[in-house]
Design a protein around this ligand. Structure first.
Ligand SMILES: Nc1ncnc2c1ncn2[C@@H]1O[C@H](COP(=O)(O)OP(=O)(O)OP(=O)(O)O)[C@@H](O)[C@H]1O
Length: 301
């Protein structure tokens, strides 16, 4: 199979700090692949290595089948990258920058451009400096998609956008997924966005890969238990797959990973008088996973 992105044993050290640790990932072609991870998990480092901006300490990274250390201009032209800054030349008018981009990219798809920009209220005669953050994000996305990239990396693209602009951005993205054949890598901390758009959920933690599956399959890995312990919560080491726990009205609400129905018996063996299971959604599952081993006394789970 031809992978859009492939890394093998990728490690990146900055002095004593390890940003990526033996990181192996394969992403096929097509679909929206969300990458989530806490601050400092190594997401930007991974993109920088893939795009050839920095080199790995060891291991291999390939983008569209080519070694990232030596990307050809042809391959670079097949990759789009949009980050939260939506940097565009402020002195140019929207129409001028679009015309310029159209002349740069032989694969420019005007129909996609027009359909995506249709989600945003951008006046072609307006200078970039006068566009709102949401309008600039829309213009940036429209141009990135019109370039017909084989892979488009979106790094926190909706940061700072209001709810209307964010909605437009996501709708435009989902429209594109059905119209174009672009593989989209979507890096975000916004779980409700990921729930809406992602086909695959990649979770990074401290430079390692923790999950690469559909969001539904990930949620199935996490279970939520409520236990009534007469003598308090047992030591975390006694609870396999322990992620987080909170105490609400004297009951312990516990999230665990990769445990079956028998976990109820584990709780009983550890002193639970009564045990119940509750549903878990994607946001709660991901948050528990990323804040592993945190005990909090809050009344919210
Ligand atoms: N140029 C650098 N010099 C030293 N340390 C760095 C450098 N770049 C990244 N790091 C460190 O590597 C780790 C991973 O950083 P990275 O920016 O890749 O994380 P991230 O997942 O993108 O985080 P965020 O969500 O906050 O953007 C962090 O601990 C960071 O401090």
């Amino acid at each position: 199979m031809n992978h859009c992105i492939q890394t093998e044993g990728l490690t990146k050290r900055y002095g004593k700090k390890t940003a990526l640790k033996d990181f192996t990932l394969a992403i096929g072609q097509g679909g929206i692949h969300a990458i989530v991870g806490s601050n400092g998990a190594g997401k930007s480092t991974l993109f920088r290595i893939l795009l050839g901006v920095t080199t790995a300490t060891s291991g291999i990274a390939r983008l569209l089948g080519e070694d990232s250390r030596d990307l050809s201009p042809g391959t670079r032209g097949r990759v789009g990258y949009v980050n939260e800054e939506h940097t565009l030349p402020l002195w140019m008018k929207a129409q001028q920058i679009t015309d310029q981009q159209r002349s740069f990219y032989p694969g420019w798809n005007q129909s996609i451009y027009e359909q995506v920009i249709g989600y945003f209220d951008v006046d072609p005669g307006q200078k970039i400096s006068g566009l709102s953050r949401g309008e600039r994000a829309g213009l940036n996305l429209s141009m990135a998609l019109a370039q017909s990239p084989d892979v488009l990396i979106l790094d926190e693209p909706t940061l700072g956008l209001d709810v209307v602009a964010r909605q437009s951005f996501l709708e435009a993205l989902m429209f594109t997924e059905t119209e174009a054949n672009t593989t989209i890598i979507y890096c975000s901390h916004q779980m409700e966005e990921i729930e809406r758009v992602a086909d695959q959920l990649i979770i990074m933690e401290k430079g390692t890969l923790q999950n690469n599956s559909s969001p539904d399959a990930f949620v199935e890995r996490i279970s939520y238990w409520i236990g009534d312990f007469a003598n308090g919560l047992p030591a975390k080491g006694a609870l396999p797959g322990f992620l987080t726990s909170r105490t609400i009205d004297g009951q312990h609400h516990i999230l665990v990973a990769d445990q079956g129905e028998e976990f109820g018996q584990v709780l009983k063996n550890n002193g639970a008088k009564a045990v119940a299971k509750a549903p878990v959604n994607l946001e709660r599952a991901v948050n528990a996973f990323l804040t592993k081993n945190h005990n909090t006394p809050d009344s919210r789970v």
